[in-house]
Design a binder for this molecule. Sequence first.
Ligand code: HEC
Length: 403
Amino acid sequence: MLQEKIAALFILMIIFPIATFGQGNAYQGEKLYELKCGRCHFAYNPQKYSPEEWKTIVYEMGPLSGLNEKTEKIILDYLQQEASVKEKGELPTSPVLAGYVYTEFFSSQGSTDTFDIHYLNIALAGRLHSKLSYHVEFEFEHGGGEAEPPFIEQAYMDVWLLRNMGIKIGAILTPFNRFDEFHGPLENLLVTRPQMSREIGVSAWKEVGINLHGNIFIHDDFYLNYDAYVINGLGSGSRLRSSRQYRDNNDAKSFGFRLSSVITDRWEAGASYYRGAWDDDGNLNLSMYGFHLLGKIGAFNLFAEYARSTSENPIPIEEGKADGYFIQASYLVEGKFRPTVRYGTLDYFDAANLLGRSPRDTHTKITALGLNYYLTRAIVFKLEYDIIQDGDNLLALQAAARF
Ligand code: HEC
């Protein structure tokens, strides 16, 4: 019995395909595409990619699909024609690829001279719907490996409620002051980061949560930019910088906001606030506030930030406190050379040695002198010398490209 059924099945499996012989060759455009390219996965929406991208994809997938010269041309013509309809403005958009890579060299008396492939970041972004866009960014820091596995720097959907108001949902860079968003190598005009931004407001501070953001226009030359967020928040690291975390160590959520005013697109001044419990039980609060100022007048560039943090400790230990500022001025000469000077301070005090926090009482002042050479707007070579009060001076070099 069983053998007969199997034999019958075999015969059907041979007859049915033979009965469909020739159909594929008769199909044109859409049908041929659905047939050949819809075999292993659904046939992707032709508007998902640009005509140029379809060329790459069909050459990649063609050999898998058994295309000959004729069928390949029919499918490619069909896809390119459909794709160019989208180029007249339809959604979803093709993902945009961007990123940066940079390598540094550091030399100072007190530590080993070292080359460092500091970051390789790759980002993808696009719009899937008139009300939804996305942005994902992968980060490989210090070459990856066990100690620094690849990381998700940002990965969020932006749900657009209005043209100028959206909610980011996912992993975001926390909007506290501005430096955090400017830590990329073309945005940060020096090699090093201001020591205050490394510790308070904590560049690069990736968090998971939701962030309502947008602009309010008051005049053609004046608008307000706002962010208001709820996130997992900083945890119980040995210091502020090491208390960044993706998950949460307590039930208490943290919240914050940033409000900036932008005048004539040349000046921006803003204030930021953050508050949330840092300990595992969720009883001890950490709060931070900050101010930032950005100015861009012709080739001249000014950037200054101040931040202060207070973190409650278990009684009777006194509160931890940190504050600092930096002020940076830069001038772009002939679009090629950029001398920059930055002066920055950080005063950091934390007496707690309970709960895994290290006691700390440090005061640093750094004057950083930099000179950048731009081969193009997206390729930079930097040279920096830091004069560090009560510490070893530092020489830093960086080669960076954005793609
Ligand atoms: C034999 C099975 C097979 C056939 C036939 C096939 N694909 Fe694919 N396709 C795949 C697989 C598997 C992936 C996922 C590749 C990966 O993730 O590395 C894929 C991925 C894709 C992607 C996503 C982008 C990418 O490169 O990962 C597109 C677009 C695509 N195929 C288009 C096509 C087109 C157009 C055709 C027809 C010319 C086709 N495919 C035929 C197996 C197939």
